[in-house]
Design a protein around this ligand. Structure first.
Ligand SMILES: O=C(O)[C@@H](O)C(=O)CO
Ligand SMILES: [Mg+2]
Length: 258
């Protein structure tokens, strides 16, 4: 049966970040995920997890200068040293939060370099991170982002990510299949989920086109939850959407699963 993690970057945003844990707990969630933990001391976050009995499902590696538009740099030539440092930073948090899945963002392509140069950089960086994480039993996620929201992101299609994962050739590197991005870029979701089941490590959801609750829009999520079950997916499904009104008023869809 599908199980859902509250994404605290997107849900409960009417209160400051640290207060969102309590709100997610009161709503019935048993796990949380969020983009970045780095603004907070790892011990503070760990105590929030402990206080509410949460599992930390996932967080992202440092993305570079987010406010300046950077979206990671795993594929960006010339940033290798920074990438290696960011692996160590992420590892410190992953250990403190007992988090077994970390997402490495690949970055907006740099027009000064060829596609091949980006791919080679990505493969080398991801192998480095995967090997560091493997010694702690941590899986490394890579996630395609749709090119309407994030133009020129290095990976936009799910099967392209699966091919890169094959080339990286490390057992702890997996696909973060965000069904919102997948519907915009790929479609044919039933077959996509089934075909990529063996490389999928994490799932996220939102409606399309508006990235609201999964109960609206063009995707039939109850059908896809069954497909995920049948495909053997047992991990958390991250609720990574912008609530249409308050978070709580839009949670009816998830109540039967909590
Ligand atoms: O889908 C998303 O936007 C996130 O999962 C993410 O990690 C990058 O912003
Ligand atoms: Mg996502």
């Amino acid at each position: 049966m599908a199980k859902f993690a509250a994404n605290l970057t997107m849900l409960f945003t009417d209160v400051p970040f640290l207060e969102r844990f309590e709100r997610a707990h009161n709503a019935g969630f048993k796990a949380v995920e969020y983009l970045f933990p780095y603004a907070f001391d790892a011990d503070v976050l760990a105590s929030k997890l402990e206080q509410y009995g949460f599992e930390q499902a996932l967080f992202n590696m440092p993305p570079g200068n987010w406010d300046a538009g950077e979206r990671g740099f795993a594929a960006i030539p010339g940033r290798e040293k920074e990438f290696q440092q960011s692996v160590e930073t992420a590892l410190t948090y992953a250990k403190a939060l007992n988090c077994k899945k970390v997402h490495a963002m690949s970055g907006i392509v740099d027009q000064n370099f060829t596609r091949e140069e980006h791919i080679n950089t990505f493969i080398n960086n991801i192998r480095f991170a995967a090997d560091e994480f493997a010694t702690h039993g941590i899986e490394l996620m890579i996630e395609p982002l749709n090119n309407r929201d994030v133009p020129n992101y290095f990976i936009a299609h799910q099967r392209e990510a699966a091919e890169l994962i094959r080339q990286v050739d490390r057992p702890n590197v997996k696909l973060q299949l965000d069904i919102y991005h997948a519907q915009i870029m790929d479609g044919d979701l039933t077959h996509l989920i089934q075909d990529l089941a063996d490389v999928t490590g994490h799932i996220q959801i939102a409606s399309v086109p508006k990235r609201h609750e999964p109960s609206e829009g063009e995707i039939n999520y109850p059908h896809l939850f069954n497909i995920l079950d049948e495909s053997g997916y047992k991990g958390w499904i991250g609720c990574e959407y912008n609530p249409k009104n308050t978070t709580e008023s839009g949670l009816a869809w998830v109540k039967p699963y909590l």
